[in-house]
Design a protein around this ligand. Structure first.
Ligand code: ZN
Length: 411
């Protein structure tokens, strides 16, 4: 069981833990108890102390959760827990498809149950203490049940389709599986707002009035055909605000959090919207989809190379080649590559954010956008001085200061 692949996997798991905690410690050191010059007046003394506290609490919480999950994975690895589960699944079901589905169902459920206390603590202790939480216990439980049901049905169907292709085509199944996964994620992207969001939130068309007029006026100026503007009840869970763009082609819609409408002025909301339209105009949705297709292709191709290997199954505590064991081993072996592709995707995404900001600024909305971003940042007590390397690895958006500096040029 403890073969060379086993040790590589352990090395990756421990390596990732050390790397992420090294970055988190750099981020701790970068946290500045003094407000950056450009943001004077943004926070008062007390509010900034809150922000520093919120950051420290989250940083410590991250250390605890990541230590806990890493230890769980190591425990499973060293005790051969995956191999044991594999034997159990195949003794119950014998056939590949039901046994594999059962294997991942148990893994998913156990993992989720073991991490629930952390979710609970995050929502009802940390977020609550800083005044963000609006989630009731009832909503929390309902969310969990719905996401389980959804994850089990959708994940199960997709996995069953992939397994069926594998049985039919052997290891050359990978490119057909790619097509299935890509088609599926396109579908999900198209119908996200209509199928998935309603499970968790209420969306209502933005009512007639000053805001809607201002938005429509802007959309006209920008040459953007806008027929769907929705307001979502984000306040059901948190006071934090947001806006996003979803869907493709005729299904595209702009969604504003009700909390955003409460906190920002009309001009600031228009600027935030202009930013979202900027993403659309620069075809960022399609570009990101292209990147994720390439990512899927790479992953399935590499998976097809190792799927039948008995070394992988042995490393996981199994005795014969096994699809679920190889899949788990592959997932763990993929960690460094996942980190690298993540860094690349985040760099691209940050570049897109600057482009979308520049689009908003080209309509004379630079000041309004800065105003809106500042309010959102203060409201969510976001970290104003993250470590630069931490930003490069994890941030999909530039920091507030970076965006302000870029927007100043358009004033
Ligand atoms: Zn954006």
């Amino acid at each position: 069981m403890y073969n060379w692949v086993f040790y590589i996997i352990v090395f990756f798991v421990v390596g990732e833990y050390i790397f992420s905690q090294w970055l988190a410690s750099r981020n701790r050191r970068a946290a500045s108890p003094v407000l950056p010059e450009m943001l004077r007046g943004l926070y008062d003394e007390r509010k900034y102390a809150d922000q520093q506290n919120y950051f420290k609490v989250n940083n410590r919480f991250g250390l605890i959760t990541s230590t806990y999950t890493t230890l769980l994975v190591l425990l499973m690895l060293f005790l051969g827990g995956f191999g044991w589960l594999d034997t159990w699944a195949f003794s119950l079901f014998e056939k590949l498809i039901p046994a594999t589905l059962f294997f991942f169902f148990v893994l998913f459920l156990v993992n989720d149950l073991l991490t629930i206390p952390f979710d609970w603590y995050d929502t009802f202790v940390i977020e609550d203490r800083f005044g963000f939480n609006k989630t009731t216990r009832k909503t929390f439980v309902a969310d969990k049940l719905k996401s389980w049901l959804f994850g089990i049905v959708i994940g199960g169907l997709l996995l069953a389709a992939i397994l069926w292709l594998y049985l039919w085509l052997g290891t050359s199944f990978w490119w057909v599986a790619c097509i299935v996964v890509v088609a599926f994620s396109m579908l999900m992207n198209m119908f996200y707002s209509e199928w998935i969001v309603p499970l968790f939130n209420k969306q209502t068309p933005l009512e007639e009035g000053e805001l809607r007029n201002a938005i429509e006026k802007f959309a006209n100026r920008a040459g953007f055909k806008l027929n769907n503007i929705y307001v979502i009840d984000g306040s059901k869970r948190s006071t934090k605000a947001n806006a996003y763009f979803s869907g493709l082609g005729p299904k595209k819609r702009i969604v504003l959090y009700d909390t955003l409408i409460d906190d920002l002025s009309t001009e600031e909301i228009v600027a935030v919207l202009a930013h979202e339209i900027g993403h659309y105009k620069h075809k960022h949705t399609w570009q990101m989809m292209g990147v994720s297709v390439m990512n899927t292709v790479l992953m399935f191709f590499l998976l097809s190379l190792v799927l039948d290997s008995s070394v992988l199954a042995e490393a996981m505590g199994g005795s014969t080649p096994s699809f679920p064991l190889a899949l788990v081993a592959f997932g763990l072996l993929y960690t460094p590559l996942e980190l690298l592709t993540g860094i690349g995707i985040n760099a691209l995404s940050r570049r897109n954010e600057y482009q979308a900001d520049a689009f908003a600024a080209s309509f004379g909305l630079a000041n309004a956008l800065i105003g809106g971003l500042k309010k959102l940042s203060v409201k969510s007590l976001s970290n104003l001085t993250p470590d630069s390397l931490y930003v490069k690895v994890y941030y999909s958006h530039p920091t507030l200061l970076q965006r302000m500096a870029a927007l100043q040029k358009y004033k």
